[in-house]
Ligand binder design. Structure first.
Ligand code: GLU
Length: 561
């Protein structure tokens, strides 16, 4: 068969040759060891936690090595595309410190535009490029048109299925399929001309000559040395509309865009035989591959299962709504990605995670376990290191969006809120009360009269009388200008007067000699002032609340006794 003629018949409008493309997209000139990585999402919905994973790896490896990290939008499946998803994706990634040097970026009007010389970075705009290489494969007899329609293929699959029921001999079945494929190869140029004249659609398939019994040695940078079977599937390169499949687009794009490391989820591992064949057929150097383990979670029974799209914590918008700060999520991702991250972080508590030397060898080869408790721990640490102003701003911003009533209270007097968030902040051992911005309201909402309530009751082993006398005496002696020691001496004096131990050592030595201790006396006052058994330092709370509100609250409690 005259393959050149066939190629002209199939793609008459393609006048470019692979060498034109090679000239249009010159090799990158980068320092030795610089990695070129990309994030290549399909704009089919929200950013999944599992998508932030490979993108973080790509970003780290590129930027750590002085390379390039770019964004390519893989929108070849128009049926699955969701309007606005690509824009949303870029914004979300930026929130998590994933910034691209090149590729599809948002301009000031919120529209996606190309940045860099390897574009267009949207696959739907690269049809001519793919078809140029496809035409070349036809010229070389490595790809062929297939006029069998989707419906016919479906029918064939049904027939094969029925056959399968009768025939459990898989080898015979595989042979039948192969025969069917080969039969399709036996077309004449005249037949192709007739089909084209009749306007029949066709897909372009690769000619697979591999033997799946034969295994190739392959080194995946995450999975290690693996055996990969040769490809024997005549998979589709170009669909009937001339738009490529993922396999073909990935090969052409990663080659032309100079990707050194393809970082993607392990769900792509089974496609590797196809990709190896494709790169070889196209005469491209195979990039390095890293197939990242899937994120797992524990189900109610304690079994590991894949974190699915519907699980809480899968959609990155969930984190925004729940009030997680992106820095904490990024740091948590680092703990999942590199087993030595936590150790490094302990030694370098003040350094940003971007200073950590990310190491491919420390990545888990099996699934990482997603766990909210761990995320909360990381997050509490991250927030405890922020200053009061930053916390105030971030809580206010979050609350205005997700809890406007609270947000308005905070925004009405930022200086007041900042004083509250300053409690226990700064020193060597800062308080770790907040894992999310949503934790702020239960933690400090009591400062606002609008949110204040007697949430906790004083345990009923104390008499109303003792509580009332404590509160009365406290009011009688309270002087807001007292320093903390004088203030506490006054509380101790009340304890002594009421038969409660003011000295904790004495109390511990013989509890039965006392009604309780100064800790209980403080607790009466704390519940009166904060409505809670647990609250930040009471002296400071009163200083911030001011004398009038402190006394008013204590009086309100007395009135209930
Ligand atoms: N578009 C593919 C996906 O969204 C990308 C896989 C890759 O990174 O190569 O899964």
């Amino acid at each position: 068969m005259d393959y050149n003629y066939l190629a002209e018949l199939l793609y008459p409008n393609i006048k470019t040759l692979p060498e034109d493309m090679e000239a249009r997209y010159p090799r990158r000139e980068l320092p030795e060891g610089a990695k070129v990585t990309r994030f290549a999402p399909s704009p089919t919905g929200f950013v999944h936690f599992g998508g932030l994973f490979p993108s973080t790896v790509g970003e780290r490896l590129a930027h750590q090595s002085g390379g390039v990290f770019y964004l390519r939008i893989e929108d070849t499946d128009a049926k699955r595309e969701v309007e606005g998803a690509a824009e949303g994706l870029i914004k979300t990634l930026a929130t998590y410190g994933i910034n691209f040097d090149e590729g599809a970026i948002l301009d000031e009007n919120g529209n996606i535009s190309d940045h860099g010389i390897y574009g267009p970075y949207k696959q739907s705009q690269r049809a001519e490029i793919y078809q140029t290489y496809a035409k070349q494969l036809v010229r070389e007899g490595k790809a062929y048109p297939c006029f069998t329609t989707e419906e016919e293929l479906d029918e064939l699959a049904q027939v094969n299925k029925k056959e399968e029921l009768k025939n459990t001999d898989w080898q015979a079945e595989a042979e039948a399929k192969r025969a069917e494929m080969l039969a399709r190869l036996e077309f004449t140029i005249e037949e192709v001309e007739e089909h084209l004249k009749a306007g029949h659609p066709f897909v372009l398939r690769i000619l697979a000559l591999g033997d799946p019994e034969k295994k190739m040695k392959f080194t995946d940078l995450v999975k290690g040395n693996i055996d990969v079977p040769e490809n024997d599937e005549d998979f589709v390169l170009l669909k009937s509309d001339g738009i490529p499949t993922y396999h073909f687009a990935h090969a052409v794009d990663d080659h032309l865009m100079g990707t050194t490391h393809v970082i993607r989820g392990e769900e792509w591992l089974p496609s590797l035989p196809k990709h190896i064949q494709l790169f070889a057929a196209l005469g491209f150097k195979l990039p390095k591959y890293m197939h990242i383990a899937q994120i797992m979670k524990l189900d109610e029974q304690g079994n590991k299962k894949k974190l699915s799209k519907r699980d809480m914590g899968a959609n990155m918008d969930d984190y925004t709504r729940m009030g997680y700060c992106p820095e904490a999520v990024c740091e948590y991702i680092m703990t999942l990605l590199n087993s030595n991250y936590e150790e490094w972080h302990m030694q370098n508590p003040d350094k940003p995670y971007t200073d950590f030397p990310f190491n491919i060898k420390k990545m888990s080869t099996s699934g990482c376990l997603f766990d909210f408790d761990k995320l909360n721990d990381v997050s509490k640490n991250v927030i405890s290191r922020m200053d009061a102003k930053a916390v105030t701003d971030k809580v206010t911003e979050w609350a205005l969006a997700f809890d406007p009533e609270f947000g308005k209270l905070l925004a009405a007097d930022p200086a007041f809120a900042e004083k509250i968030f300053a409690i226990g902040r700064g020193g060597k051992k800062p308080r770790k009360d907040l894992a999310t911005w949503a934790d702020a309201k239960p933690y400090m909402g009591f400062f606002y009269d609008e949110l204040f309530a007697f949430e906790d009751a004083i345990p009923d082993n104390f008499t109303k009388d003792d509580i009332k006398v404590t509160l009365d005496k406290f009011i009688a002696t309270y002087d807001a200008s007292d320093d903390m020691n004088v203030w506490f001496d006054k509380v101790k004096a009340i304890a002594d007067e009421l038969g409660f131990a003011s000295d904790m050592k004495a109390y511990k030595a013989d509890p039965s000699a006392f009604k309780g201790s100064v800790a209980d006396i403080s607790m009466f006052i704390r519940v009166a002032v904060t409505g809670k058994m647990n609250a930040p330092d009471l002296y400071t709370v009163m200083q911030i609340l001011g004398k009038d509100r402190t006394i008013a609250r204590i009086n309100a409690m007395i009135a209930t006794l």
